[in-house]
Ligand binder design. Structure first.
Ligand SMILES: Cc1cc2nc3c(=O)[nH]c(=O)nc-3n(C[C@H](O)[C@H](O)[C@H](O)COP(=O)(O)O)c2cc1C
Length: 212
């Protein structure tokens, strides 16, 4: 629960040992059918990261027309308009989870692996934040080319990425936003009328807030 997205980083790279732990946690994430389909592509080279950043910024600015049909893109495009734009907030390491295009569990498997790594980063005292731009732009040849240079296959897409680094000293840890109500239903906490069928029990039920 203490994990929060970090969007301001101190200069310097994370240690190789820290990267190894993060990646191991990604490798050991659950995967559909235990098939271990996601692979992880890591960018730490500063010049490559800057090139990727320039490409992402230009492509996002070119997609302004699509923002209305993809609301999540709007914020991303607004950010790309700001001077000094850095899609991963200046994190020195980017870990992208890739998987075969069209594989039914690709997104779920990649998200599990990335979340494992986000939690591992927190437990190592590192800062991290999901960056969705490489996923949005995974079909763009210029983005693919950068990832293909370091191992992306033509049959794979990027399903998610996280930036990782050391949080800047002046980056105060935010408290989490209040959690939205009504997102949990526990069957044992539903008051039911005795001796009624399942449907009518649920229809006639009231819900007690669980103590979690
Ligand atoms: C699928 C997904 C995509 C996200 N994309 C971005 C992103 O592109 N840039 C960003 O700064 N944060 C991104 N985030 C982080 C969320 O904004 C963040 O998790 C949310 O605001 C809650 O804050 P917390 O992580 O500090 O709890 C993404 C998170 C998820 C799960």
């Amino acid at each position: 629960m203490s994990r929060r997205s970090v969007r301001k980083y101190a200069p310097g790279q994370i240690a190789d040992g820290e990267l190894a732990i993060l990646l191991t946690c990604g490798l050991y994430a659950p995967s559909g059918g235990g098939r271990q389909m996601p692979r992880f592509i890591v960018i730490q080279d500063e010049a490559r990261m800057q090139k990727l950043n320039r490409v992402i910024q230009r492509l996002l600015l070119e997609r302004q027309g699509e923002a209305e049909t993809m609301p999540m893109l709007q914020k991303g495009i607004r950010r790309a308009q700001t001077p000094g734009y850095r899609f991963a907030h200046g994190a020195p390491t980017l870990i992208s989870a890739v998987a075969p295009r069209g594989y039914e569990n690709a997104m779920a498997d990649c998200a599990c692996a990335l979340e494992n790594m986000l939690l591992a980063a927190e437990s190592l005292g590192l800062g991290a934040c999901w960056s969705n731009q490489p996923h949005w732009l995974t079909k763009e040849p210029e983005v693919r080319y950068i990832f293909e240079e370091i191992g992306l296959n033509s049959e794979e897409d990027i399903f998610g990425s996280i930036g990782v680094g050391r949080a800047a000293e002046n980056e105060e840890k935010r408290t989490a936003d209040p959690r939205k109500e009504g997102r949990i239903v526990v069957d044992a906490k539903i008051k039911t009328k005795k001796n009624q069928g399942c449907n009518s029990q649920v229809n006639g039920s009231s819900y007690e807030k669980p103590s979690i």
